[in-house]
Design a protein around this ligand. Structure first.
Ligand code: FAD
Ligand code: DHB
Length: 393
């Protein structure tokens, strides 16, 4: 078996793992990132698209936001659409001038991979971490299987940034970590389409047939989602059916609803909430989806992941540079407060915008909530602040 030695072994090259590696390397802290998929795969994986105000600044301040600043789309409002009518939420007016940046998650990943490879820092693709151990000692290790066979990475700390149900959470004895979970009776069918967006701002829409979201990636690429039943498969959704349903749900009396074009990518994602606590076991620290999942309606998944590693990098720097354990010791508790706020907001948005198919009482409550958001300055201010910058509040 090959042997490697580093200070921090990072499992996973999603936004969390790559950004943690980036922040540590900037501080001269040696680290190795190990990713089981290929570079092409992680750079093409279409997922989230909304970056909070504080998280966009974090990326830019860390020298990782140059292309995001040039190509990302800064939005100062979003639209809520229900009962066939549009209501604009003036996010920036309601949230002290802050704004969101619409920039695909895979673009963030591409930027971080490029920066890392340009600086010659270790990043192993096609390399699956199969084991980690001695996590409660001061000499933990991880092992991975890569193109050159098996490698053992001896380190001082392990960062579990390996996404849902990964090897990191599985390495923790069940008695040492609690798991809180909720499922929702919906999935999202998402498409990326070569079509000029027919909207300047994102549209979150509640229609009696279900939820719809109109988002975008560039002046020529649209990103759209439909709320579907959890047991539905892509085979049941022809291109024609997808576009018909989107145009039905997004229709208003005033404007053409959307522009149609070739579908470049499609997928169905189940919606759920998961929190594991604590986000630490000995010298293993969890970050991002490895520690928590939110339903996507609040656009918080990637933002939470980047905010976690902002904390983790700071804590590891304090340890390596000032010999202080304080921030490492409070990492889990500080993250979890923010994570539960994100769960609350994501649940609130989900429950307000996904109509029930069998509970008319629930539907009455949802409509009342939506009316309150668009008529009460207090309610729209709370929503806007959480939407634009929850992870920096
Ligand atoms: P990930 O991006 O999942 O990265 C984890 C990485 O670890 C992966 O590259 C994985 O291949 C790697 N890995 C796993 N196991 C191992 C191992 N044993 N060895 C080595 N590497 C390993 N959020 C939104 O806000 N809006 C959305 O529309 C949205 N859509 C989504 C669609 C899907 C299909 C999924 C799964 C998530 C979506 N999310 C969305 C959530 C958002 O994408 C995540 O919150 C975000 O990716 C979290 O980043 P991360 O780095 O923690 O995890
Ligand atoms: C996008 C994804 C989300 O989950 C969301 O709430 C808003 C936008 C997107 O992919 O653009």
């Amino acid at each position: 078996m090959k042997e490697l030695r580093t200070r921090v072994a990072i499992v996973g090259a999603g936004p969390a793992g790559l950004f943690l590696g980036h922040l540590l390397s900037r501080e001269g802290i040696d680290n190795v990132v190990v990713e089981r998929r290929s570079r092409e795969y992680v750079e093409q994986r279409v997922r989230a698209g909304v970056i909070e105000d504080g998280i966009a600044k974090l990326l830019a301040d860390a020298g990782a936001g140059e292309r995001m600043v040039r190509q990302g789309l800064v939005h100062h409002g979003v639209e809520l659409r229900f009962e066939g009518a549009s209501h604009r939420l003036a996010l920036s007016d309601l949230a002290e001038g802050r704004a969101i940046t619409v920039y695909g998650q895979q673009e963030v990943v591409k930027d971080l991979v490029r920066l890392r490879l340009e600086r010659g820092e270790p990043l192993h693709f096609d390399a699956e971490v199969t084991a980690m151990d001695d996590l409660r000692s001061d000499a933990p290790y991880v092992e991975f299987e890569g193109p050159e066979g098996r490698t053992r990475v001896s380190c001082e700390y392990v960062a579990g940034c390996d996404g849902t149900f990964g090897v990191a959470t599985r390495a923790v004895p069940a008695s040492e970590m609690r798991r809180y979970e909720r499922t929702y009776p919906f999935s999202w069918l998402g498409i990326l389409a070569q079509a000029e967006p027919a909207t300047q701002e994102l549209i979150y829409c509640r229609h009696q047939n279900g939820f719809a979201l109109y988002s975008l990636r560039s002046p020529t690429v649209s990103r759209l989602y439909l709320g579907v039943r959890p047991d539905e498969s892509l085979d049941e959704w022809s291109d024609e059916r997808i576009w018909d349903e989107l145009s039905t749900r997004l229709a208003t009396t005033e404007r053409p609803a959307l522009n149609v074009g070739p579908i470049l990518e499609r997928g169905i994602t189940a919606m759920r909430s998961v929190v594991v606590a604590p986000m630490r076991y000995g010298r293993l620290f969890l970050a991002g989806d490895a520690a928590h999942i939110v339903p996507p309606t609040g656009a918080k998944g990637m933002n939470l992941a980047l905010a976690d590693v902002r904390e983790l990098a700071r804590a590891l720097c304090a340890k390596f540079q000032d010999h202080s354990d304080d921030l490492l010791d409070t990492y889990s508790q500080r993250c979890l407060e923010r994570v539960w706020r994100a769960e609350e907001f994501s649940t609130y948005m989900t429950q307000m915008l996904h109509p029930s198919f069998d509970d008319e009482f629930e539907n009455g409550v949802q409509r009342a909530r939506l009316r309150q958001v668009v008529t009460s300055r207090e309610a729209s201010t709370v929503l806007s602040r959480n939407y634009v910058d929850l992870n920096s509040l």
